[in-house]
Write a protein that binds this ligand. Structure first.
Ligand code: B12
Ligand code: SF4
Length: 490
């Protein structure tokens, strides 16, 4: 049985191309069970061949497609193409876990896997070997016999009468060490971008892998969508992580590694032990970064010193807002502005590059609270600041709040792409234009400060990267020009 695992259209996130760990893990599980599996990721394939062309050139019996919420329409289109080529189609990932029925209503979708699926996909393949489904026409949905599908936890399927069935949820695997490593070697790694925006343009031959050392997060930030893991957290053992890290460094030639955990430092002792193990195993010469992963209230000076010694180059922090009331009552992140200040200070003392994420326009924001956020960004002065406008994903408290007010509605999923420069809603008295203005203003005030520009100009690598900087600055100025911005004094 030939299986293809695919990530659909990439337009929603075009600045960075990272390997898809969900697909990597599924492929790892399939390989461990002897299946023939390939990966197709639109982010790095589309410029060479379309999905349609790929399926014309290669035959697959089963095509699995992954989708976060904004990509669900692309996933359906990909499923329709796969079906035209005779494959059984399976969809999985965050959006499918939130809304399996919506996709099961799409004729091109034969099966939906909800939740973590390393075990589910193996059970599906075993079932498909006995029953590849009956369909009334080539583009009609496949229907299956209950004796093959009804016992697969986490699966949604159609019975012979065409009724959609949702089997009981699959429990989260409690032993992450038992899950086979992701099939890193199947990714066309040379096509992916480097992980660290601060090294953009410096290494055209970057081999940037990512690693998941823990899954989930127990915090309940009101904007965060966690359909797969809910509010749980499970860590892999340090030995198991080191074994994968060694594979990436010694066998696959990683030049950069990104830790993509939601919160890799939830257990601070484990995080420190992992750093010591990277040093003891001589794995600290390949730079690594936390792509999301640091929670400010679980840090201390020693952790950052150890991270630096372990090869870490850059840490990212979810700072979100500069107003303590917003942090407490709206963001609900379990952190204060003072905790943020401490963490950034310790990280800088350890000589780590710093990156902060800041959100504008959450429900309950005011122009003043957004101003406090911009001022905090200027005060902390991280090497990189990502200013984002609030995006309401289904399944979050923010979505529920906005839905109660009639400000968001189901079915416009492709609008929920974070990099858009339009506010997605206007809550209370705060107009969308004000959010957009403060967001543009934050970019300008942060990135176009004379002091910052001079500091960057003095760096050795800046001139090699001049085209990149020029392009970014122009884009910012062009964006500001489109709006009537009244700059606020710094
Ligand atoms: C790393 C990351 C990124 C990276 C890499 C993305 C990528 N291609 O993997 C970058 C920075 C590029 C990124 C971009 C985006 N991301 Co992102 N990302 C993450 C993050 C932090 C980790 C993903 C991960 O590695 N998980 C670990 C793996 C093992 O789990 P998994 O991917 O869920 O896969 C398992 C199951 O879902 C299931 N499964 C998944 N796919 C399939 C397919 C089939 C066929 C089957 C059977 C099963 C199955 O089985 C897998 C194994 O158990 C998650 C948060 C999280 N913890 O998941 C957010 C997250 C997935 N991202 C999210 C979003 C919104 C985006 C963007 C849409 C943002 C934007 N620009 O608007 C883009 C979309 C990019 C894209 N093309 O997919 C949301 C999705 C929410 C939602 N409701 O859909 C999340 C959950 C963050 C959040 N909490 O809000 N992201
Ligand atoms: S700390 Fe991060 S991963 Fe955890 S709920 Fe908040 S935003 Fe989500």
């Amino acid at each position: 049985m030939r299986i293809l695992l695919a990530g659909p259209e990439s337009g929603v996130w075009n600045s960075r191309k990272h390997i898809h760990m969900g697909l990597g893990y599924l492929a790892g599980a399939l390989l461990a069970h002897g299946y023939d599996v390939s990966l197709w990721d639109a982010a790095v394939e589309e410029e060479f061949e379309t999905f349609e062309q790929h399926l014309q050139r290669h035959h697959y019996d089963v095509v699995g497609i992954s989708a976060p919420t904004p990509l669900i329409y692309s996933a359906w289109q990909a499923a329709a193409i796969a079906k035209q080529h005779g494959a059984v189609t399976i969809l999985g990932g965050p959006h499918l876990t939130l809304m399996p029925h919506e996709s099961m209503d799409v004729p091109a979708v034969d099966l939906v896997a909800r939740g973590e699926a390393e075990q589910t996909i193996i059970e599906i393949m075993a079932a498909l070997a006995m029953d590849s489904g009956a369909q009334a026409a080539p583009d009609a949905p496949r229907c299956f016999k209950p004796e093959h599908m009804a016992a697969i936890n986490g699966l949604s399927w159609r019975d012979e009468a065409g009724n959609i069935k949702h089997n009981v949820d699959r429990l989260l695997s409690q032993d992450l060490d038992a899950i086979p490593f992701p099939a890193h070697h199947l990714f066309k790694i040379e096509r992916y971008t480097n992980l660290n925006p601060l090294t953009d343009g410096l290494n055209p031959h970057a081999r940037a892998y990512t690693i998941v050392t823990s899954r989930g997060c127990p915090y309940k930030c009101t904007y965060c969508s966690k359909p797969i893991t809910g509010n749980t957290w499970r860590g892999r053992s340090v030995e198991n992580v080191i074994a994968e890290w060694r594979w990436l460094v010694q066998d696959l030639g990683a030049t950069e590694i990104g830790v993509t955990d939601d919160i890799w430092n939830l257990d601070r002792t484990r995080a420190k032990t992992l750093c010591r193990a990277l040093i003891d195993n001589n794995l600290n010469h390949v730079p690594w970064v936390t792509i999301h992963g640091m929670k400010v209230n679980n840090t201390d000076a020693e952790l950052f010193q150890l991270m630096k010694a372990a090869g870490c180059k850059r840490v990212g922090f979810g700072i979100e807002n500069g107003d303590d009331d917003m942090l407490r009552h709206v963001v609900k992140k379990g952190q204060t502005v003072q905790m943020v200040r401490n963490a950034v200070k310790w990280a800088k003392q350890a000589k780590l590059q710093t990156m902060g994420f800041f959100i504008y326009g959450m429900p309950g924001e005011t122009e003043e609270s957004m101003e406090k956020t911009t001022r905090l960004a200027l005060e902390l002065d991280p090497d990189l600041a990502h200013f984002l406008m609030a995006t309401p994903y289904p399944g979050t408290e923010m979505w529920d709040t906005l839905q109660r007010e009639g400000l968001v509605k189901s079915g416009e999923w492709d609008k929920l792409a974070i990099q858009e420069d339009k506010a997605l809603f206007a809550f209370g008295d705060l107009e969308a234009e004000v959010v957009e203005r403060k967001w543009h203003e934050a970019h300008r005030r942060f990135y176009l400060r004379p002091g910052r520009i001079l500091r960057i100009a003095a760096r050795k690598d800046t001139w090699r990267r001049f085209p990149y900087y020029a392009q970014t600055a122009l884009a910012m100025l062009a964006g500001i020009g489109k709006r009537d911005v009244a700059p606020t004094a710094n």
